[in-house]
Write a protein that binds this ligand. Structure first.
Ligand code: HEC
Length: 104
């Protein structure tokens, strides 16, 4: 019986734990070293303070916000950003953004 409550407790804990922390926290150092240069080359010509776009990608906070609220990762992985007509990003750069956003 004690073993059962232990497992039930564990199950409960793992479910609630997951609810409390739904997302990981993409690393800021990796952002500065690897991700920011890619964003600067491919995105901020359209996503800057003066562009009027909801996603302003000039800072770590801005990019995190776009990850959380504007599905930045999905757009990059699915090739919807940068939009049709812009230079296509290399698969390597796309993977860097994807892995960083997944905290890998
Ligand atoms: C040529 C200009 C241009 C470039 C370059 C560009 N975007 Fe966009 N982006 C847009 C436009 C226009 C929209 C709104 C239309 C839409 O949602 O498809 C948009 C929408 C978005 C959104 C949704 C929030 C918003 O501001 O509307 C995200 C997130 C985003 N882009 C990310 C990126 C990322 C990441 C890159 C670089 C890899 C990038 N974009 C490059 C023009 C651009």
């Amino acid at each position: 019986m004690r073993l059962l409550s232990f497992f039930l407790g564990l199950l409960f804990f793992s479910c609630t734990y997951h609810e409390i922390i739904p997302d990981c926290n993409p690393n800021e150092q990796v952002f500065s070293n690897l991700v920011q240069p890619i964003i600067e080359n491919n995105c901020i010509s359209c996503h800057n303070e003066s562009s009027g776009r909801p996603a302003i990608l000039e800072s770590y906070e801005g990019v995190l916000n776009a990850l959380d609220s504007y599905s930045l990762k999905e757009r990059v992985v699915s090739h919807t950003m940068p939009p049709y007509g812009s230079p296509v990003m290399s698969q390597e750069d796309i993977n860097i953004i994807k892995n960083w956003a997944n905290c890998e």
